[in-house]
Design a protein around this ligand. Structure first.
Ligand code: RUB
Length: 355
């Protein structure tokens, strides 16, 4: 398990390029926020909490790059940076992190250089908080997981989707620390294959017994009794308990319910969006060539019509529990979500006044 992204003492950001994994482990170091924005767009950094931490560090880099002479100038350049960093629409963590950084710049007392230092500290704190939240998710999940269980997951919500440890990763790792015999089934996750490329890679590195299946095998694996529960990540959780996550999650939830297999969602509170309504969540549609091309080769007619949404929405009635750092919401609904997350800060930038 290695750190996905970190702020280094020389005020640069270092991250692992996830598009090269698992065959090549390559780190990129940058002092430019535009490079971070590009990395998020290209999915060199991906996974909801990881892009949140990356965006916070991007904002701190933008503050250093700005050469602002006054606080209003600094806030103005941070607003531009926030716009260029918000390159993926679905995971709420991007807006959450950029809003938190903007709010800090807007309200910080002291000189421009004091504010820049505070922004750097905040970006580092967001990354550290992420690690702590993941650990709590793993611990809060323990009563739901039994010794010897096999856990089905999709996409990658492991350490690579966060700063370290992961959300689903924490559930699996903490249970495995306690019991020593947790197994994983990873769905390949077409079209970007985060399950095959990233989840299998990181759990095998940890010595956890991991089996790769293609997405179409899920029903068969469930019918054959090979898995005991599903644990998936989330890119945005609404107050109604609707969960947006990687395409295929909804199908997995329906199939799990049909087979009476518990279906759990694991995510940090930074993924909870108590403001948006379901109609307001934009589902990212990606390049059709992600579906047409595998390993640089067309696998269909090059002009084939393609529909390529990156995420889907699972309704609360299919979810056995949402596991977060703040606690577990069993059979989620609006009342229970409000009880745990009612006091969360809004994720929209509208409250930032400084022009
Ligand atoms: C990532 C994805 C992951 C969640 C994990 O999609 O859907 O399941 O981001 O979030 P992509 P968490 O690879 O397209 O970024 O770890 O908070 O559960």
């Amino acid at each position: 398990m290695f750190r996905t992204i970190e702020w280094l003492d020389d005020n640069t950001v270092r991250y692992v390029d996830q598009t090269k994994l698992p065959l090549v482990v390559e780190h990129v170091t940058t002092r430019e926020h535009e490079r971070i924005a590009h990395a998020i767009q290209l999915m060199e950094i991906r996974g909801a909490p990881a892009i949140g931490a990356a965006a916070a560090m991007g904002m701190a880099l933008a503050a250093l790059e700005s050469h602002a002479a006054s606080k209003p100038e600094l806030v103005q350049s941070l607003k531009h940076a926030a716009m260029s960093l918000n390159v993926r629409p679905t995971a709420v963590n991007l807006t959450w992190a950029t809003t938190r950084m903007l709010r800090l710049a807007d309200t910080a007392k002291g000189s421009v250089s004091d504010t820049i230092k505070a922004l750097i500290d905040e970006a580092k704190e967001i990354a550290e908080e992420d690690i702590r939240m993941c650990r709590s998710i793993g611990e809060n999940a323990l009563p739901l997981i039994k010794s010897g269980w096999t856990i089905q997951t999709i996409c990658n919500a492991g350490s690579l989707a966060t700063v370290l440890l992961g959300t689903v990763g924490a559930v699996i790792r903490v249970a495995n620390e306690k019991y020593g015999n947790i197994k994983v089934y990873a769905a390949e996750t077409r079209p970007r294959q985060q399950g095959a490329r990233l989840t299998v890679f990181e759990f095998m590195q940890d010595g956890i017994d991991t089996t790769l299946i293609t997405d179409g095998m899920i029903g068969t694996v469930f019918r054959q009794g090979r898995v005991n529960c599903c644990v998936v990540g989330a890119d945005r959780i609404l107050k109604t308990g609707h969960v947006t996550n990687k395409i295929g999650t909804y199908t997995m939830a329906i199939t799990a319910n049909y087979h009476k297999i518990p279906f759990y969602v694991a995510a940090p509170s930074s993924t909870v969006d108590m403001d948006s309504r379901i109609e307001g969540v934009k589902i990212e549609e990606r390049d059709p060539d992600e579906v047409r091309i595998i390993n640089g080769q067309y696998v269909t007619v090059p002009t084939a019509k393609v529909y390529n949404p990156a995420f889907d929405v699972t309704p609360p009635e299919l979810i056995s529990a949402i596991i977060t750092d703040r606690g577990v919401v069993r059979r989620p609904n609006e009342q229970k979500m409000k009880k745990l997350f009612g006091a969360l800060a809004p994720t929209s930038t509208n409250s930032i006044s400084c022009e």
